[in-house]
Design a protein around this ligand. Sequence first.
Ligand SMILES: [Zn+2]
Length: 449
Amino acid sequence: MSTLNTTAFFIKQRALRPRAYSRYRQLLENERLSGAELRALNWRKRARLLEYAYTNVPFYRRRLDAMHIHPRDIRTPEDWIQLPLLHKTDLVQSHSELLATGVNPGRLALSTTGGSTGKPVKVYHDRQFPHETLGWRMFRWWNIQPGIDSAIVLRLPGRSPLMDLTNRVMWWPTRRIFLDASSMTPERIDQFLASVNKCRPALVQGYVGAVHALAERILGAGLRIHAPEAVTVTAAPLSSVQRALIERAFHAPVYDQYGCGEVFWLGAECDRRAGLHVFADSRHLEIVDESGRPCEPGMPGKVIVTDLENYVFPLIRYEVGDRSSFEGEPCPCGRPFPLIQPVRGRISDVLHFPDGRIISGEYLTTLFDSFPDAVTAFQVHQGSDASIAVRAVPNRSFAGLDATLESVRRTLQAKAGHSVPVRISLVPHISSDRGKTRYVISDYHQHVS
Ligand SMILES: [Zn+2]
């Protein structure tokens, strides 16, 4: 079935999305580059993006002019660190200025993200780059072909029946089963696990916290679950304890991948699992210390990302809010992509409720995604009695704040069930833990078998 699925998948891609297909072929070619050739390709793309941003993006023109930097001053990769870092606050405050001038609106794909520091952020992705092709290449690293049957545990966007139908036709004969990570009741978890046994997917993919919760259910109840070829997790750091537990539950290797809402598909483990390979032909990743100097391999620092494929809303030296370090040794697999250690500093918490319900921390980070301008920061705190208190720093100039807060509260109340109260209170600021606001704090301890 897998072969048929993959053949059908590529026939459709070639016919309907020739650009995605040829990008994918190019990405496979890049895998055969030497380390030096890949670094040269990465540098050419950075130089081109910088030149473009200076010419077409008011934000970069203004900022670089103010610093008396011209793209032609950035001649070598060593010069690159003279460029200023881009912060989340820049994305919020200078949003419209970061948009390239003269771009066809059809090229813009808006994405709102909680990011990882408690401040909702809006970015535009460039539709000209079919970013999922990076995922297709990544699957091959785990001996999985694009288009195979999969079971997916993510936050699901609301979809109409027509969109569902279109999706099914587009994906046929591939079968994909879903569990909404934003609302995992014990019944839905068990239903989902039953359909995993029926559909027998080759891949299980989802948020770390949500997949971990599934694994706890499988082991706790002693369920027998179809073993996929691989399990892959994203959106939060994967602890070795979680990895071991998920592998025990699914009898399959777990692969970690890394990305964020601002820049999708940053890197992933290969089958050797010696670290995460950075997709350096499409993203440039740096690790710097507090004073902005590049860190030596093994030395942890701040992750700084440049999206080499986004020309509509360029993100150049963007501080994501995560920490990691480069590996000193190359990966035994021989692929040229540099290795980083597993990323730390994001949310993998889940909230448990007395009735067995679970809400993933990744979902909670997106609470205000539909109203990214309503608040400037927020935090979800679960008390020892399981009640939920959301603290939000309001944007006073936002019209309709009360109604928005009430709508967010009602949505969360529905997810949490009606046995626990959900409150939202406004606060002047949210204290941070070493510069990083925690999204989710829980004082409610429930025994999980
Ligand atoms: Zn490798």
